[in-house]
Design a protein around this ligand. Structure first.
Ligand code: AMP
Ligand code: MG
Length: 481
């Protein structure tokens, strides 16, 4: 049956919430439904698949007391500030009450809103299924992320480079509060609004901070800590987000907005996949730097909340932001230690040396990130050939293996930490192409594999393999999709 949708965001922050309705689909077709997630949320998956359920998943028919809104936010996009972004093609339908706490139910591709600027308000099947696939993979990799509840084809033909089938993604998130939400509130000059937003974020995500001496400074520190952990997670699996604008950085610490993202295959620290990232601003190795840059923009936005005296506020923000580097480094070392299969009491310097020298070897050989780490399991059991076969500098690798073995790596820990299946670019591309042509079987096959990424599965050897060098050389994902 129909779930209840509250409107706490809309009620608490009307200045950031524009009441709006979804554009109904012409011929709704349920393309993907996340029954596992529905169960977790306490939703009735069978009902969601009915015409009434699909009408909820497209915003065509909502509970009578629902209050869908387009959310206002600003954002630094590729370094330049856009004061008025907001949900141009998205809507917050409301909050679901779930066993894990409140969750936003949100639509992407639900039609133009007053924030649409030049956009058509639409989304297309391929990119929405891509977000479904990659966000599910991230969740299975235990990385904080928004989730995908469903993708529904709309029956609209959407004009892109060529006409494409339209779709709506139903997305579930801890919230859609972004750094850009605070930038918008600050830009209005209304400090009561800014304070209300910060208090709302605390109540929603970090209620224990309400009792802190300086709750807003504590919030800032908490977001810094959450982002340090998140970026370390991305780096560990070779994930490149691709569009780390401040409007795509959440306060919850969840990964959001799967546009031109990708998993690195042949390792290059400067890997970029986005067609519009010409300068490599959002390259793999730059992600921690950009996260800290975004967090500095966050500090600017909330500065008046940190202290009435501006220079005191700046000192507080700077001290807090200086915690990002050490927090990120500690989180990264922790991920690397586990990826290398080394026990928790190994000295940090040893982990750092092994991780950094392995990075250099992988990069020199453009070795596949995922499979190279996974091959450490065999190496820990005495067979280094799967790793050596990927490498150019064999004396260098052998010397590395000797140093690594002295740390007594565990094959079980390596297999529990390093996935075998990630949504590789060539696989996702082929699956989405098939889906656009009406065949969803490759999509569901790939989805099933990446949902259980750590255990070897039968009959899916092809889904663990990197794409060809030719494919990789030509691969670009497109934004504004
Ligand atoms: P994104 O790249 O998805 O993070 O979106 C950045 C901004 O562009 C947001 O304000 C979106 O709502 C807006 N946007 C992206 N695509 C469209 C579209 N087709 N129609 C309207 N607005 C869009
Ligand atoms: Mg966005």
């Amino acid at each position: 049956m129909q779930p209840h949708l509250s409107h706490q965001f809309a009620d608490a922050l009307p200045a950031l919430a524009l009441p709006w309705q979804a554009e109904p689909p012409v011929r709704p077709t349920l393309l993907a439904l996340n029954t596992t997630l529905a169960d977790e949320l306490g939703l009735d998956a069978d009902w969601l698949a009915t015409p009434d359920g699909v009408a909820l998943l497209t915003g065509a028919q909502l509970p009578t007391d629902a209050a869908p809104v387009a959310q206002a936010y600003s954002g630094h996009q590729f370094g330049g500030f856009s004061p008025r972004l907001g949900d141009g093609r998205a809507l917050l339908l409301g909050e679901l009450t779930t066993p894990g706490g409140p969750r936003d139910l949100h639509l992407k591709g639900s039609g133009r809103t007053p924030f649409a600027r030049g956009g058509d308000g639409r989304a297309v099947v391929g990119p929405m299924l891509r977000e479904f696939l990659v966000s599910e993979a991230m969740a299975a990799l235990r990385i904080p992320t928004t989730r995908s509840l469903a993708v529904v084809g709309t029956g609209h033909l959407v004009q892109r480079e060529q006409p494409m089938p339209g779709a709506v993604l139903a997305r579930v998130a801890a919230s859609h509060l972004r750094v850009g939400s605070f930038q918008f509130a600050r830009a209005t000059g209304d400090l009561d609004l800014l304070r209300a937003l910060a208090d709302h974020a605390i109540a929603r995500h970090y209620p224990q901070l309400a009792a802190a001496d300086q709750p807003h400074l504590a919030l800032y520190r908490q977001v810094i800590a959450a982002q340090a952990e998140l970026i370390a997670d991305w780096m560990a699996v070779g994930f490149v987000h691709g569009v780390m604008n401040t409007d795509n950085m959440t306060v919850s610490g969840e990964t959001i907005d799967y546009g031109p993202c990708a998993f690195v295959e042949g390792y290059q620290s400067d890997a970029v996949f986005s067609s519009i990232d010409e300068t490599g601003r959002y390259a793999y190795a730059n992600q921690p730097v950009i996260a800290q840059w975004n967090l500095a923009r966050f500090a600017e936005a909330i500065l008046p909340l940190l202290d009435a005296d501006e220079s005191t506020a700046i000192t507080r923000a700077t001290d807090a932001l200086n915690e990002f580097g050490p927090a990120y480094r500690a989180a990264w070392l922790d991920r690397m230690r586990a990826k290398l299969g080394i026990s928790a009491d190994a000295p940090a310097e040893q982990v750092a040396e092994l991780a950094e020298s392995l990075h250099a070897l992988l990069e020199e050989s453009r070795a596949d990130w995922t499979l190279s780490f996974r091959s450490l399991a065999a190496a820990a059991r005495g067979d280094a050939e799967p790793l050596r076969a990927r490498m150019l500098d064999l004396p260098g690798v052998d010397a590395w293996l000797e140093r690594w073995r002295s740390a007594a790596p565990s094959a079980e820990l390596i297999e529990a930490t390093n996935p075998l299946y990630v949504p590789r670019n060539h696989l996702a591309d082929a699956a989405l192409r098939a889906a656009e042509a009406g065949d969803l079987a490759p999509f569901h096959r790939l989805l099933a594999a990446v949902r259980a990424p750590f255990a070897e599965q039968d009959g899916v050897d092809d889904l663990a393999e990197p794409g060809t060098a030719e494919f990789a050389a030509g691969f670009r994902t497109f934004c504004g999709t």
